[in-house]
Design a protein around this ligand. Structure first.
Ligand code: CP
Ligand code: NVA
Length: 361
C-alpha cells in the first residue's frame, strides 16, 4: 500500500502537477456546470453528452477538521464532495473532543480510521504537519498559519479564464475533456503585484507564480525581512524552488513601486484570523497600503489591471470602487474555489494520485 499523499503547500507540487490540477479543475467545471444547470430539462440524448464527474468518492467520507471559521473553503469542500459521490463530515472546534479532552495525534488517528481523507484548517502550521504525520489517510491543508494552497489554485484558474484581459485567448469553455497529456493553454507571462501582509495565501503565490513564469512584485511594511515579511520556513521553500531567481521576484516597502507595470494587483486582509489583538498596530503599520484606482494610477500599473482577493475582504485593504468595479475578479475566484477543490479531492482523496495517470483521462 503506498503511503497516503499529502498536500500542505503548492511548494510540495511540481509544475506539471500544478498544471494538471488546473487542467482538471477546468475540465470538471466545464463538464459539471452545464450538467447542473440543464439536468432534467434536456432530452435524454443531449443530457447524455454532459456528465457528472467520476464518482471517485462514492461511499467515502471526507473529514473537514476545522479549528477556524470558513465560508468558501467549507462550502467548496462540501459541495464538491457530493458531486464526486462522497460525503463531507464537518468537525468544527466546538463539535469534537479535540483540544479539550483529546490530543491532535489521537484525534487524527481516530478520524483517519473512519474517514477516507482529512481536509484540515488549523492554527499553527505545525498542527497540519502533525495531522499529516499520524493520519492513515491523505491530508490536504485547508489553511494554516503559513500556507493556503487550494486558494492559489483558484487564483490561477481564474487568471486562465480571463486571459483575454491580458491579450490572450481565454480558456475555451466549451472544451469538455482534456487528455492526460494536455494542459490548459499557457498564460502569457504576467506581472503580478501583491500589496499587503505576508500571510498564508500570499506564501503559496510566492512558491508558485515565479515557477509558472510570472513576475511577482511585492510591498509589505518593512520589506521582506521586516515584521510583515516572509517567515523563515516560507523563505526557505522560496529559495529551494529558486523563486527568488531570474527576476521572478521584487520585494520592497512602497505599494506604488510594487504595482508598477502590474497586470494583476492582489491583496489579503491585514489582520488574519488569530491576529485580532494586533489590529490597532496593524492598521497603523499598513497605512497607505489600500488598493485604489489612485494608487495604481500613481504607481503606473498597466491600464487594464485586474484585482484579486481571496476574501473575506475589509474596506481597509481595498476600496469599494476597485472591489465592486469591473477590474475585480474576486467573486469569480470565489466561485472557482469549488472546481479547484474538487480537482484536488478527486486526485488526492479519490485516487491517491497527484500525477494524473489515473484521474486525468
Ligand atoms: N478564502 C477563504 O479561504 O475563505 P474562507 O475563510 O471563508 O474559507
Ligand atoms: N490570511 C487570511 C486568509 C483568509 C482566507 C487569514 O488567514 O485569515
Amino acid at each position: 500500500m503506498p503511503s497516503p499523499p499529502r498536500l500542505l503547500t503548492l511548494a510540495d507540487l511540481s509544475v506539471p502537477q500544478i498544471k494538471r490540477l488546473l487542467t482538471h479543475s477546468a475540465s470538471l467545471k466545464n463538464n459539471t456546470l452545464p450538467w447542473l444547470s440543464t439536468h432534467g430539462s434536456l432530452s435524454f440524448k443531449r443530457a447524455s453528452d454532459l456528465s457528472l464527474p467520476s464518482q471517485s468518492l462514492f461511499g467515502k467520507s471526507i473529514a473537514l477538521l476545522f479549528s477556524k471559521r470558513s465560508t468558501r473553503t467549507r462550502v467548496a469542500a462540501e459541495s464538491s464532495t457530493v458531486l464526486l459521490g462522497g460525503r463531507a463530515v464537518f468537525l468544527g472546534r466546538e463539535d469534537i473532543q479535540l483540544g479539550v479532552n483529546e490530543s491532535l495525534r489521537d484525534t487524527t488517528r481516530i478520524v483517519g480510521g473512519m474517514c477516507d481523507g482529512i481536509f484540515a484548517r488549523v492554527g499553527d502550521h505545525s498542527e497540519i504537519e502533525e495531522i499529516a504525520k499520524y493520519s492513515p489517510v491523505p491530508v490536504v491543508n485547508a489553511l494554516s498559519s503559513l500556507w493556503h494552497p487550494t486558494q492559489v489554485l483558484a487564483t490561477l484558474l481564474t487568471l486562465h479564464e480571463h486571459a483575454n484581459a491580458f491579450g490572450e485567448t481565454p480558456t475555451d469553455t466549451t472544451l469538455k475533456r482534456f487528455s492526460s497529456k494536455d494542459f490548459l493553454p499557457e498564460l502569457p507571462s504576467l506581472t503580478i503585484a501583491y500589496v499587503g501582509d505576508s500571510a498564508n495565501v500570499f506564501h503559496d503565490m510566492l512558491v508558485t507564480f515565479p515557477r509558472l513564469g510570472h513576475k511577482l512584485r511585492v510591498a509589505t511594511p518593512g520589506g521582506r525581512e521586516g515584521r510583515y515579511g516572509a517567515p523563515t520556513a516560507v523563505w526557505d521553500r522560496v529559495v529551494e524552488l529558486e523563486c527568488d531567481k531570474n527576476d521572478g521576484l521584487w520585494w520592497g516597502t512602497d505599494p506604488k513601486e510594487a504595482v508598477h507595470g502590474a497586470d494583476v494587483v492582489i491583496t489579503d486582509t491585514w489582520i488574519s484570523m488569530g491576529q485580532e489583538a494586533e489590529a490597532a498596530q496593524r492598521y497603523k503599520d499598513f497605512e497607505g497600503f489600500q488598493v485604489t484606482e489612485e494608487l495604481c494610477r500613481a504607481g503606473g500599473a498597466n491600464p487594464g489591471w485586474k484585482f484579486m482577493h481571496c476574501l473575506p475582504r475589509k474596506q481597509n485593504e481595498v476600496d469599494d470602487e476597485v472591489f465592486y468595479g469591473p477590474r475585480s475578479l474576486a467573486f469569480q475566484e470565489g466561485d472557482n474555489r469549488k472546481w479547484t477543490t474538487m480537482a484536488v479531492f478527486d486526485a488526492v482523496f479519490g485516487h491517491w494520485d497527484l500525477d494524473g495517470d489515473r484521474w486525468l483521462t
